[in-house]
Design a protein around this ligand. Sequence first.
Ligand SMILES: [Zn+2]
Length: 210
Amino acid sequence: MLLDQQDSDSPRTVALGKVQRLGRRAFIVSAAGAVSAIAFWGLRRSTIAAARPLAANEGPATVTVVEFSPTGEKTGTVTVPRIIRTDADWKKSLPAASFWVTRHADTERPFTNDQWDARERGIFRCICCNLALFNSDARFESGTGWPSFWQPIAQENVVDTVDGSLMVVRTAVSCRLCDAHLGHVFNDGPAPTGLRYCINSVAMRFVKLG
Ligand SMILES: [Zn+2]
């Protein structure tokens, strides 16, 4: 305001002052944006922390899962020891992106890895332990940039866990056999279930039906 009064007889200077003020305002706006982005990131990290895979001393020693043949047929239900490995072991055996997503509940950037041909039929298996997780028959295009399914291949093969903070409550999905974090499930999916399993592509490998 003081600047405007001082330079009221000089349109050029006033205009410049306006530009400077706009510049300051734009800076303040973008700084606020950065703060909320950081706050969102913090929220995301704290939410992720709540969804970490089970430790070796947590959860059951054995699990019951459903097995599928290479042709996609259900071959039976088996009860087997839960797969428990050290963080160092997982790190050695997995690509970095898969390690951070499955063992530390990170989230891949959308539209980065989901390059599977939607017309191909097959089974999406756990990148860590090979357990069958989703069938391509239940896949749909959600527009989110992450592979999306309206149901798992067998309810026994995944675990839903409430994953929340004070502001966001979601349901995390993990592999029954090895506790790999896979993604989240939401209630805005298509019929017949109305569910949307939003899964990180680096948590799975696609095996074409033989
Ligand atoms: Zn697994």
